[in-house]
Design a protein around this ligand. Structure first.
Ligand SMILES: NC(=O)CC[C@H](N)C(=O)O
Length: 311
């Protein structure tokens, strides 16, 4: 088994090789609080399905989930409400457009966001989170992340949530458009409040790698063996990660790395190597399509060394 060679030193060596790429990227600035990230940070953790852990780089830091939260809210909503309800509101096709794009919404008839990994679809999924109030929905989401990450102190970062809430004009536009056509049941301001908090849930690489390991194990907790996500839901989520998880670079990522992965604008990437390990990466310098530039390179190098592409 190739991953036997993986250890902290190997991981650190690979991180050293990709660190220079961080200088070629830019941190996200459209959410003011994210603009303060340290551009040169690169960190990674690997959580194997038998519970071994490897870490390297600046791995102590926490960061916010941002778009990685989309795959977790989808998992929770699918298990709570079932496929039929979810996919009557949101589609299954990659859009090929940037995550914030509004253009395809107008051309879908009936109005339906293309998939749950772009903002329009993710906002529609947030509207379906279980709970009678937005406070309850947020608490349920955070509890869920805590279980997946194996840490019950996980919280959302209020500064990052406030900062996005005050500047989310485009996401509000997507919501108002969908509200007009009946895709959204709740109030726009409630959904934007909940969504910005969901995106601001704070995590570190190791916790993210552990969540990846749950997906690698088809939904099973790597320590307790309990089923945290149903097998069917885990499979749907992994499929969306392959087809849409790296935004409009998902096709190139499938060719160059070849595993389910989801990135966020904070610079996080969660990658899932089925039946082997979960990977959590943080590198806030982004490429022009919004993926961590060093994180992508690191996964590419890891695939070259450990041959984990599923294709
Ligand atoms: N790509 C992302 O990570 C986007 C998430 C961010 N909260 C937004 O909606 O704009």
């Amino acid at each position: 088994m190739k991953e036997r060679q993986l250890n902290d030193d190997e991981l650190q060596n690979l991180i050293n090789e990709v660190e220079p790429y961080a200088n070629k990227g830019e941190v996200a600035e459209y959410i003011p609080a994210l603009a303060r990230a340290n551009k040169t940070d690169v960190a990674a953790a690997v959580y194997t399905v038998d519970g071994r852990v490897f870490q390297g780089g600046t791995y102590g830091h926490t960061f916010t989930l941002q778009s990685i939260s989309k795959v977790l809210s989808l998992a929770l909503v699918l298990d709570e409400r079932g496929e039929e309800e979810v996919f009557s509101n949101v589609g299954m096709e990659p859009s090929g457009d940037p995550y914030y794009s509004i253009s395809k919404l107008e051309f879908s008839n009936p109005t339906k966001p293309y998939n749950p990994m772009i903002n329009a679809g993710a906002l529609a999924i947030t509207d379906l989170l279980p709970g009678r109030s937005k406070e309850r929905k947020l608490a349920n989401f955070i509890d869920y992340v805590r279980q997946l990450a194996g840490n019950n102190r996980i919280e959302y970062n209020k500064n990052v949530a406030d900062s996005e809430f005050q500047t989310s004009f485009l996401n509000r536009s997507l919501l108002y458009y969908m509200k007009q056509f009946g895709v959204i049941g709740g109030k726009v301001e409630d959904i934007i409040d909940l969504y910005t908090k969901q995106c601001a849930v704070e995590i570190d690489c190791l916790q993210l790698a552990r969540i990846g390991a749950v997906f690698s194990l088809n939904g099973k907790d790597p320590e307790k063996g309990t089923q945290l996500i149903s097998e069917r839901t885990a499979s749907i989520c992994k499929t969306f990660m392959v087809t849409c998880g790296m935004y409009n670079a998902s096709g190139e990522f499938a060719i160059k790395v070849g595993v389910p992965a989801k990135s966020g604008v904070s610079g996080g990437i969660m990658a899932v190597v089925p039946n082997r390990f979960g990977i959590g990466i943080y590198g806030p310098a982004l490429d022009d399509r919004g993926n961590s530039i060093a994180g992508w390179k690191l996964l590419q190098k890891m695939n070259e060394r450990y041959a984990f592409s599923i294709f």
